[in-house]
Design a protein around this ligand. Structure first.
Ligand code: ADP
Ligand code: MG
Length: 359
C-alpha cells in the first residue's frame, strides 16, 4: 500500500489582500483536506491521477518546464519541477490525489494539493526541507508553473498550522505565532457559507489591485504598504481607498490576534464586519452574493461576518452563537432564494492540524 500525505485547505479569519503588501494574515487550517498517496518510480516518470478530476498525466520529470503540463496536474508537476529547479534530486513518482476541499471555492484546494505533494515528494526522496522553505517552493510552483500570482498565505496555512490554533503570519519575515482559536468553550461557532457564486473578473481585478498597491507604495516612498502606520491623505481618491483598506486591515489582524490571545472571542466579531465593509467599500472586491450573505448573517444575529479569500465570489465566514447556527444558515439560504442566487453551501469549521504524513 502506498504512503499517504494529507494537507488541509484553509479559511482566512482576517487579513485580506495584505499578503502581497508584506502585511499580516490570520488563517486557520480546515478539517477539509487533500490526500496524496505516493510511491517512487525508478523510470523517472511522474504519473498523476485524481479521484476528483478525469485523466492521467504522465511526463518524464526531466521534461518538466512551465507550460509542459496544464490543467489540474500542473499544481502537482509544478512542485516536482520547483524542487528540481532548487537543485534537489527528485525522480519519478506515482501520485494519486483524493480530496474533499471544494475546488475553486476560495478554501485553497490548490495550496492543499501543492502542500501534500511537496511533503510526499520530499519525504520519499529523503530530502530535509523545512516547512517554511516548502511553503515558498509551493508558492513558486503556483506562481511560475501554474501561472497564478498568489501570495504566501495559502501554502503557509496548509503547511504550518496547528490544531486548535490560528496562524498569525507576518508575510514579510515569515515570522509565525500560533494563536489559540477554540470557539466551543465560549459557546460560539465559525459558520462558513460557500456562495458558489461564479468567480468573475478575478485575474484582471486581482492584478489591478496588486498594481495599485505597488504604485501607491512607490508614490509614498515606502518598500510596501505594510510600512504605513497611518492612512495618507494626499492621494487620488481611488488609490487612497485601496491604501486605507490595507493599512486598516493590517491593524485589524493584529487587534484580532490580541483579542484571541486574551480569550475575548466575541470581541472579534466587529473586526470581522469592519473588514468586510472595508473590502466592499474601499477595496471593491465583493460581489452581491458576498454582501447579501454578510447582511443576512448579521441581521440573523451573527456577532460578525465577512467575505474571506480574494473576493469576486468564494466564501463568507461568520462568528455565531452555537445555538444560532441553523437559524443563521437558514437566513442566508432564504436571502439567496429571494435574490435569485444559486443555493449556498453552509458548514461549520474548527481549526484543524497542518499538513502531515497520514500513514
Ligand atoms: P482554490 O484554491 O480556492 O480551491 P484555485 O483555483 O486556486 O481555487 O485552485 C483550484 C484548482 O486546484 C482546481 O481547479 C484543480 O486544478 C486543483 N485541485 C484542487 N484540488 C484538487 C483535487 N482534489 N484533484 C485535482 N485537482 C485539484
Ligand atoms: Mg488556490
Amino acid at each position: 500500500m502506498a504512503d499517504v500525505w494529507v494537507a488541509p485547505g484553509r479559511i482566512n479569519l482576517i487579513g485580506e489582500h495584505t499578503d502581497y503588501n508584506d502585511g499580516f494574515v490570520l488563517p486557520i487550517a480546515l478539517p477539509h483536506a487533500v490526500r496524496v498517496a505516493a510511491a517512487r518510480r525508478d523510470d523517472g516518470v511522474l504519473r498523476v491521477r485524481s479521484r476528483q478530476q478525469p485523466g492521467v498525466t504522465e511526463v518524464p520529470v526531466r521534461d518538466l518546464a512551465p507550460g509542459a503540463v496544464t490543467g489540474w496536474a500542473a499544481y502537482v508537476a509544478g512542485v516536482v519541477w520547483v524542487l528540481r529547479e532548487a537543485g534537489h534530486d527528485v525522480g519519478g513518482f506515482d501520485l494519486v490525489v483524493d480530496g474533499d476541499v471544494p475546488l475553486g471555492a476560495g478554501l485553497s484546494s490548490s495550496a492543499a494539493l501543492e502542500s501534500a505533494t511537496a511533503l510526499a515528494v520530499t519525504e520519499l526522496s529523503g530530502l530535509d526541507v523545512d516547512r517554511f522553505a516548502l511553503a515558498r517552493l509551493a508558492q513558486r510552483a503556483e506562481n511560475d508553473f501554474v501561472g497564478m500570482p498568489c501570495g504566501i498565505m495559502d501554502q503557509s496555512a496548509s503547511l504550518l498550522s496547528r490544531e486548535g490554533h490560528a496562524l498569525l503570519l507576518d508575510t514579510r519575515t515569515l515570522d509565525t505565532a500560533h494563536i489559540p482559536f477554540d470557539l466551543a468553550p465560549a459557546g460560539l461557532t465559525l459558520l462558513v457559507v460557500d456562495t458558489r457564486a461564479p468567480h468573475r473578473l478575478v485575474d484582471g481585478e486581482y492584478a489591478a489591485r496588486r498594481a495599485a498597491c505597488h504604485k501607491a507604495a512607490e508614490v509614498l516612498g515606502v518598500p510596501a504598504l505594510r510600512d504605513l502606520t497611518d492612512v495618507p491623505t494626499d492621494l487620488p481618491d481611488e488609490l487612497l481607498r485601496r491604501v486605507r483598506h490595507v493599512v486598516t486591515e493590517n491593524r485589524r489582524v493584529l487587534e484580532t490576534a490580541e483579542l484571541l490571545r486574551a480569550g475575548d472571542l466575541p470581541a472579534i466579531g466587529p473586526l470581522l464586519t469592519a473588514s468586510h465593509e472595508s473590502l466592499r467599500d474601499d477595496y471593491e472586491v465583493t460581489v452581491p452574493e458576498l454582501d447579501v450573505a454578510v447582511e443576512a448573517l448579521l441581521a440573523a444575529g451573527a456577532l460578525g461576518a465577512r467575505m474571506t479569500g480574494g473576493g469576486f465570489g468564494g466564501c463568507v465566514i461568520a462568528l455565531v452563537a452555537a445555538a444560532e447556527v441553523e437559524r443563521c444558515a437558514a437566513a442566508v439560504r432564504e436571502a439567496f432564494a429571494r435574490n435569485g442566487f444559486i443555493a449556498p453551501g453552509c458548514f461549520t469549521a474548527t481549526a484543524a492540524a497542518g499538513a502531515r504524513r497520514e500513514r
